[in-house]
Design a protein around this ligand. Structure first.
Ligand code: PMP
Length: 452
């Protein structure tokens, strides 16, 4: 059995039980893993649907250019369909989006224009305005407008909803999804509520977005709008795709809780999901008091972790934003923040070679090896004083000038113990990791870990 092209692999994504993270919850929580789609996100479903509906209505003609404002995932969905169907893509995105997302769009042949995030939607520089303007100016272009194009939610009514109904054998009691354009939640909710009007629909929103307040009070409150970091959900506009009448409750999740949960999902469940999946699951956990034993909660995970490697999955990025407040505790924590491994030199090399290597790699000390064994160390200060005494010593072998090896510490040693071992005479310690690899921690590494 084979597929005729990549578009035929869209949909029928798996539903997977969440186990560890939800063990305190009374109910069953199942995640709909949309990263199994070929473009790694839920938006593959709407890319093809918006294009095919536009072809049918004559809005998209052969050889046309698709112009869209997209945070990346919709762009990917459109671009995959465009490749197979022979269209060009021009995408407008914001500077808040991951670099990886933009690079991937370019990888599938799209042209990408980046606009500032922190301007009003009506501002001519905003990504809404730029995409609208370009779609008007470009000849033979089609502006899918995922916010207001109801083919978006129709895609979910036709595919996501029926899949979830079938996969849970009609046992679903709650459907939870982050809300951006609103297509996912509204289309899926419409199908599910037609099957069983008692199914509760919960939308996950961000702090800095207008949805929750609008839903609860009917007021579009511009004071609710401020910048936030979570990508893909929350809005400063009311897209036509959000059908507020189908949504029973909006739950707001902070950036910090969303990012921490995103990492928990990968570490504790082995599910490599993106940042808005963290928001959605954090939203479910916030609601645990209203859930009961027989409830079956389906939470939609929109995309893949690979789009957030430089963000949610980067300790430094997380720490800079205060999302990881735990300082490094063990030698292993410090090693996790390092990107270079152990640099060493053979005992029979010359001091001259060792000095060059240290300069090249910008290090102040180096480990001396005899084949696989660590037999000594050279430090910049040690070599400096020896060279002053006798400049000829640069031609000696390293063995002749080396000092004793750096002490070896346990991988789980506390960082204060390590810090105590590091002093003028002893600028570094060696650590054997649980996998048996020898690594080095220097004063510089400790400063970096503590100060970042
Ligand atoms: N998560 C991510 C990562 C997204 O890109 C989007 C789309 N903006 C959503 C969630 C929200 O989905 P929808 O637009 O269907 O509401």
């Amino acid at each position: 059995m084979y597929y005729n092209n990549i578009l035929e692999t869209i949909g029928d994504t798996p539903l997977v039980k969440i186990n560890r993270i939800t063990k305190e919850m009374p109910c069953t929580v199942l995640a709909k893993l949309e990263y199994f789609n070929p473009g790694n996100s839920v938006k593959d479903r709407i890319g093809i649907k918006m294009i095919e509906d536009a072809e049918r209505s004559g809005r998209l003609k052969p050889g046309g250019t698709i112009v869209e404002g997209t945070s990346g995932n919709t762009g990917m969905g459109l671009a995959l369909a465009a490749i197979i169907k022979g269209y060009h893509c021009l995408f407008v995105t914001t500077d808040k989006q991951s670099r990886e997302k933009m690079d991937l769009l370019r990888a599938v042949g799209a042209e990408v224009i980046v606009c500032p995030t922190n301007v009003e939607p009506e501002d001519p520089r905003s990504y809404y305005s730029v995409s609208k303007r370009l779609s008007k100016e470009m000849p033979n272009s089609f502006y899918p407008n995922q916010y207001d194009n109801l083919s978006n939610r129709a895609a979910h009514y036709e595919t996501t909803g029926p899949e979830i109904w079938k996969q849970t054998e009609g046992k679903i009691t709650h459907f939870v999804a982050g809300v951006g354009t609103g297509g996912t939640i509204s289309g899926t909710a419409k199908y599910l509520k037609e099957k069983n009007p008692n199914i509760k629909i919960w939308g996950v929103d961000t702090y800095g977005s207008v949805f929750k307040k609008y839903h609860e009070t009917g007021e579009f409150d511009t004071k609710e709008i401020y910048p936030y970091i979570t990508e893909g959900i929350g809005e400063d506009i009311l897209p036509a795709n959000v059908d507020f009448s189908l949504i029973d409750h909006f739950e707001k999740v902070t950036d910090k809780d969303a990012f921490i949960m995103t990492r928990k999902i990968s570490r504790e469940e082995g599910i490599l999901a993106g940042n808005s999946s963290g928001s959605a699951l954090a939203g479910v956990l916030q609601m645990k008091n209203v859930l009961k034993k027989d409830d079956v909660v389906v939470v939609l995970f929109p995309d893949h972790a690979s789009r957030y490697i430089g963000k949610a999955f980067n300790d430094e990025w997380m720490r800079e934003r205060g999302f990881l407040d735990n300082k490094p505790v063990t030698a292993l924590d410090i090693l996790n923040g390092k990107d270079t491994g152990l640099i060493s030199i053979g005992k029979d090399e010359t001091v001259h070679t060792a000095v060059n290597l240290m300069r090249e790699r910008d290090i102040d000390q180096i480990v001396v090896m005899d084949k696989d064994d660590i037999v000594g160390s050279l430090t910049e200060i040690g070599v400096y004083s020896k060279l002053l005494e006798n400049p000829e010593s640069k031609n000696y072998t390293v063995e002749k000038l080396m000092e004793k090896p750096f002490p070896v510490m346990d991988a789980y040693a506390n960082y204060t113990q390590i810090a105590k071992m590091i002093n003028k005479e002893n600028p570094a310690v060696l650590v054997k990791t649980p996998a048996g690899v020898i690594q080095i921690i220097t004063k510089h590494d400790i400063i970096k870990a503590l100060a970042s």
